[in-house]
Design a protein around this ligand. Structure first.
Ligand SMILES: Nc1ncnc2c1ncn2[C@@H]1O[C@H](COP(=O)(O)OP(=O)(O)OP(=O)(O)O)[C@@H](O)[C@H]1O
Ligand SMILES: [Mg+2]
Length: 876
């Protein structure tokens, strides 16, 4: 048994461990046998029982997450947020000055907002977390003698793992076997090029010299390796910090927008409070009372439920999206999905069914001949390629490799668009290369004609490419080319320099028909206001044909070579009107994404390959599929359980729905609530008495908060989600500029009526205004929540319950014995009647004005801003 080691302590020392143990050299300087002995593991990997035991001892192979914060700690953390601190201070000031009722109301608000956050968020986030875990990456681990897929978190020291192209290395370990294996450690060392890794001890102490070791978070770029796991989790060298396994943590535009909104409100609040205070001092009013009044106003203006509303809405969105087979890894990306205006997608598996079949094997002469596909299958099987084309080759030639053995290989990569192997067999030692026809043909100097070879001229090359074109256009088949040459070099491992002087063998043509559902899904996305673009590595001719079949405008198809010499500005113009791209290298995919973003688009990218990872990172919303390569899944914000565009369309609807509900809360805050507080401040300047007591303002605010708790659960009209939803601060302010004053106008009517008509005493005045303000603030949700007619668009019962419940309490209070506690005085019947009338008029006006205010939000402002941008010639 190994001595129990604390999980955070490297099991085998690395120099970064800094634990001052001179006898412990970094693991990569030690021999395999030595490490095997230390870790007590044999050639066959660990047994399941032993692995489970080690998992208990060393902990999960994951980043150190602060122990799942205890409820108490969560509450404490929330209490220390600025918003809570303001409330806390206000409560203390109130209580300290003898206003116990006010103090306890503030305390209740505080408890409510923190309690709601903790309970609701905790619940929703946990549910969303469970979903996220369901798409956790797996590693290929040897347990009980055979390789099996095991969640990355369960990898333990002593495990033997296999790492292949596109995988993210799950732990630090020593390379035992390697096959053209190169890892990209850019995320860890900053070294941008893949580094070759092969077994053998090294003397260098620095990790960058460790050619015999792989590190957690690196990406397998080519080939394959078997690795003995030495350290896991926090004990790995680069630990949590630089791991590509990490969730992306940058703030999304949406979060930035929310923050900007918070800041705006805070500034307004500060200004208002200062003005009220200054005027009070100027008029020589009692300072303490003025201070409390100002504090109450500040509390009233604070959108204290915003964090709860957004998290709960987003988490609920994530849960609903899971029902539609979209797993959300990063919650805020839900909003970005709703805002998406352009979706870029890879071709295979999304628009076409992932199951590709070998249709034809064609010799150089143009006749059908099994040889090219047999050679390609040998290269695929011995080369260990795992692509969809390879699977089709193997399926068509199951026994191709009999009599052949692998000598070496130069793995496929998406920049060369070809790969080769050296194999020994019936024809002696041969190099076999397969790849994109244009890439292969450029390397061929001869072609096979029956048994003999003839020289390949440019005309011969053109003929081959013409055949590829014909296959694509006439039969809808995509082709790869196969070439070979005798291998006379004494070495075993071929490199790029060896891939020359090849003999062209022929073409393999594959059927990759569009999915039956693709055209409908493309049409649905278009109806949702989302432009679709195909970004493929495949032949532009194939891309064009497919685009036509799924109903995408493909009059122009640009290739990687076309966009290569375009400047960024020129490209940004091209991407507006060109929707299909072929022969793109991985970096060109991400360049196109950035060009679209430069034109103001919110870009989603859907892809599954290692060649899609840069674009997935660059996009605003990265979408991948379950079963995609590790890097693609790690770079994505969401994982689709079904690789189908229809699932994306579903997700988009959910994203928009989520945003609409958040917008409801914000619109409420910016119009009715804000209008009320504003008239309150104004009234305090002109009235000889306080228009409402601080306690009453706080009570008003508390009940208002309660009325809005149902918002995240509310339904959304289908019409509200037909267009991309984007945060538009200017439009929001314009909405507030219409709706806020409207509410203030009615407040003025209330003032006038109360003072000149009813000659109300101060307590009567406050009571009546409390009633008016509560009723208008709460009921207007039924107007604002929809752009349609309130009666035609029913709210969810839970929203009706919270809002009408809060309203009922507010209305009943002044008529109960508790009235005195809050300084209320039961208003006379006529006054109550007047208030009811005013409220009804207010709601009618709000209903008739909201369209003007909201249409601007949806159309006017964006067009105007877009126009302004065009005129200024700037791009955002
Ligand atoms: N396993 C392979 N063997 C040989 N050639 C390949 C292989 N995989 C890809 N290629 C060549 O490289 C090109 C680009 O690869 P691929 O089509 O998979 O890119 P992609 O951008 O992922 O395309 P798609 O949009 O179809 O998913 C292919 O068209 C083909 O010519
Ligand atoms: Mg692909």
């Amino acid at each position: 048994m190994i001595q129990p080691v604390h999980a955070a302590e490297p099991i085998i020392s690395a120099p970064t461990g800094n634990r001052g143990e001179p006898d412990h050299a970094p693991f990569w300087t030690r021999s395999i046998d030595d490490l095997r002995a230390t870790l007590r593991c044999g050639d066959a990997g660990l047994s399941s029982a032993e692995a489970a035991d080690r998992l208990g001892r060393y902990g999960l192979n994951a980043d150190v997450v602060g122990k799942s914060a205890s409820a108490l700690r969560t509450i404490l953390r929330r209490l220390l947020e600025p918003l809570s601190l303001i409330l806390l201070a206000a409560a203390l000031v109130s209580a300290g000055t003898g206003d116990l009722v006010g103090g306890s109301i503030i305390a209740t608000i505080l408890i409510l907002s923190i309690g709601l956050d903790t309970v609701q968020e905790g619940h929703a986030i946990r549910a969303a977390d469970v979903l996220r875990k369901s798409v956790a990456l797996t590693a290929e681990v040897r347990r009980d003698g055979t390789y099996a897929q095991v969640p990355v978190g369960n990898v333990v020291p002593g495990d033997m793992i296999r790492v292949r192209v596109g995988d993210i290395v799950p732990a630090d370990g020593l390379v035992i076997e390697s096959d053209a294996f190169a890892a990209n450690e850019a995320a860890l060392t900053g070294e941008p090029y893949p580094v070759e890794k092969r077994p053998g001890p090294v003397t260098g102490l620095s990790a960058s010299q460790a050619s015999g070791a792989v590190f957690r978070g690196a990406v397998a770029q080519t080939g394959e390796a078997v690795v003995l796991v030495i350290n896991t989790g926090a004990a790995t060298i680069f630990g949590a910090a630089a791991s590509a396994l990490n969730q992306p943590t940058e703030t999304s535009p949406f979060q930035a927008d929310l923050r900007a909104y918070g800041l705006l409100v805070m500034r307004l609040t500060m200004a208002l409070v200062l003005v009220v205070l200054a005027t009070s001092v100027f008029f020589g009013r009692p300072l303490l009372q003025s201070l409390l009044f100002a504090v109450a106003l500040a509390v009233g203006l604070t959108p204290e439920l915003l964090p709860m509303i957004t998290t709960v809405t987003l988490s609920r969105g994530a849960i609903r999206m899971a029902r539609r087979k979209v797993i959300v890894k990063r919650l805020v990306s839900i909003h970005d999905l709703g805002a998406m205006t352009v979706l870029c997608t890879d071709k295979t598996g999304t628009l076409t069914s992932a199951h590709i079949t070998l249709a034809q094997s064609i010799a150089c002469s143009g006749t059908l001949d099994p040889r090219p596909s047999r050679l390609a299958a040998i290269a695929a099987i011995l080369g260990g390629d795992r692509g969809a084309l390879d699977a089709a080759l193997v399926e068509g030639n199951p026994t191709a490799t009999s009599g052949w053995t692998l000598l070496g290989r130069h793995a496929f990569d998406f920049n060369r668009r070809l790969g080769s192997i050296v194999a020994g067999g019936l024809e002696g030692d041969v190099l076999i290369a397969k790849g994109a026809p244009d890439a292969i043909i450029a390397l061929c100097t001869a072609s096979r004609n029956g048994g003999a070879n003839s020289v390949m001229e440019d005309s011969g090359r053109a003929a081959v490419l013409a055949r590829v074109k014909e296959l694509a256009e006439k039969d809808g088949l995509r082709a790869i080319a196969v070439a070979s040459r005798a291998w006379t070099e004494g070495r075993r491992d071929p490199g790029t320099a060896d891939e020359t002087g090849l003999v062209f063998e022929g073409l393999c043509a594959f059927a990759d028909p569009p999915k039956p559902t693709a055209a409908a899904a493309v049409a649905r996305l278009a109806a949702q206001g989302i432009r679709l673009k195909i970004l493929s590595g495949d032949d532009p001719i194939v891309v064009r044909r497919l685009s036509g079949l799924v109903g995408l405008d493909a009059r122009r198809v640009l290739s990687g070579a076309d966009i290569e010499h375009l400047s960024d500005d020129a490209l940004a113009i091209q991407v507006r009107s060109v929707h299909a791209y072929g022969r793109l290298a991985p970096d060109q995919k991400s360049r196109l994404v950035r060009a679209l973003q430069a034109g103001g688009a919110v870009v989603g990218y859907l892809g599954d390959g290692i060649n899609d990872a840069p674009a997935l990172k660059a996009a605003n919303i990265g979408l991948s599929v379950s079963g995609a390569t590790g890097v693609a899944q790690a770079a994505a914000d969401m994982i689709l359980l079904d690789q189908d565009l229809a699932v994306v369309a579903d997700g988009v609807e959910e994203g928009r729905r989520t945003f609409v509900n958040i917008l409801k809360y914000i619109r409420m805050g910016m119009s009715s609530n804000f209008g009320n507080m504003l008239s309150m401040a104004a009234a305090s300047l002109f009235l000889p008495f306080l228009p409402m007591l601080p306690t009453q303002i706080l009570l008003n605010n508390l009940l208002y908060d309660i009325s809005e708790i149902g918002i995240p659960f509310d339904s959304v009209r289908p019409e509200a989600i037909v267009r991309p939803q984007r945060w538009d601060m200017h439009a929001l302010i314009r909405f507030a500029a219409v709706m806020g004053p409207l509410s203030s106008v009615f407040d003025l009517f209330t003032f006038g009526g109360l003072i000149f008509l009813f000659h109300a005493s101060p307590p009567e005045f406050r009571t009546a205004w409390f009633l008016e303000s509560m009723a208008t603030q709460i009921l207007v949700i039924f107007v604002i929540r929809t752009n349609g007619r309130p009666w035609a668009d029913r709210p969810k019962p839970i929203l009706v319950a919270t809002s009408l419940g809060a309203l009922l309490v507010a209305m009943a209070l002044p008529f109960t014995p508790a009235a005195a506690l809050f300084g209320f005085q039961t208003p006379p019947l006529a006054m109550t009647g007047g208030i009811i009338l005013l409220v009804l008029f207010y709601l009618m006006f709000a209903e008739s004005l909201k369209r003007a205010a909201t249409t601007k939000i949806l159309n006017g402002s964006r067009h105007r801003r877009a126009k302004a941008r065009r005129q200024k010639g700037v791009s955002t």
